[in-house]
Design a protein around this ligand. Structure first.
Ligand SMILES: [Zn+2]
Length: 275
């Protein structure tokens, strides 16, 4: 499994990065035997937040995205699906001039919380039916499992002011990537992260500065999650533009003995199964 950071800025785009979006790619064969193109590289996005559609175009043709997993429906995690919708309808390979439904083979799966289609309609000033003519929207609940090509995905509900999920992705060799989405410490994110080869964890808040609970992790809370879940590596993301990244990394490293790094836009990371 290969992870590319499309955008990692917390809560909004920053001067050096778009808001949350991560491209996960895996070569493999889909379990569904009917798909002629099943044995190929699969492209899955974790979130598509504000500004992320720009750098996404440097990585692939947006219509080659197979699925978008939405952690939750705050705009810094889903706003640029509006741009993907326009691309699918009017961009390269579209049925020019119709402005109507996107053919089924060209639609992108969008997987998110209940209310996803309505939220996307609201962001685009459209009707939910227009969203359904562009995306194949599926909603998930806590504990749901699904497949995207060769990847197995499990959704775990986490602790945020709106319904939010962490996603646990297992690749064809058994490698595990966990993405926390936005969350404070909770059982759901610990379940999602258990034994992961890479934990991509938000750490939006700063210990000793942001005292409000129930919204975000801090460096030390992300570190404690990595330690308690027994993950192999920790990659911190969703730091807000005004935060001090080194301080947040140090706070994580103070409680977690494994490797800790800060996500950077454009960074590529191979997620390998541990032997
Ligand atoms: Zn949020």
């Amino acid at each position: 499994m290969r992870l590319t950071v499309v955008g990692c800025s917390g809560s909004m785009p920053g001067p050096g990065s778009a808001a949350s979006s991560y491209l996960v790619q895996s070569d493999g064969t889909a379990p569904s035997p009917g798909d002629a193109a099943a044995n190929r590289t699969w492209n899955v996005l974790l979130d598509l937040g504000s500004g992320a559609f720009g750098p996404l175009q440097t990585l692939l043709q947006p219509h080659d995205v197979d699925a978008v997993l939405l952690s939750h429906l705050h705009p810094d995690h889903c706003a640029d699906l509006t741009a993907l919708a326009v691309w699918l309808r009017y961009g390269p390979g579209s049925v020019l001039g119709t402005g109507g439904a996107v053919p089924p083979e060209r639609r992108v799966r969008v997987i998110g919380p209940a209310g996803t289609a309505e939220r996307l309609a609201e962001l685009s000033m459209e009707m939910p039916g227009d969203v359904a003519a562009t995306f194949d929207v599926e909603t998930v609940a806590d504990g749901d499992e699904l497949a995207v090509g060769p990847l197995r995905v499990a959704a775990h509900e986490v602790r945020h002011p709106v319904t939010a999920f962490a996603y646990r992705l297992t690749g064809p060799d058994g490698e595990v990537l966990t993405y926390t989405g936005d969350t404070d410490s909770c059982d759901g994110v610990e379940r999602a992260a258990a034994g992961a080869d890479l934990l991509l964890s938000e750490a939006a808040f700063t210990d000793g500065v942001d005292e409000v609970r129930g919204i975000h992790l801090t460096g030390s809370r992300a570190g404690a999650l990595a330690r308690d879940a027994g993950v192999r590596r920790l990659l911190l993301t969703h730091l807000q533009p005004w935060a001090d990244p080194e301080r947040i990394r140090d706070d994580a490293a103070a409680v977690y003995d494994g490797p800790v790094a800060l996500a950077r836009a454009g960074q590529v990371d191979q997620v390998l199964a541990h032997s």
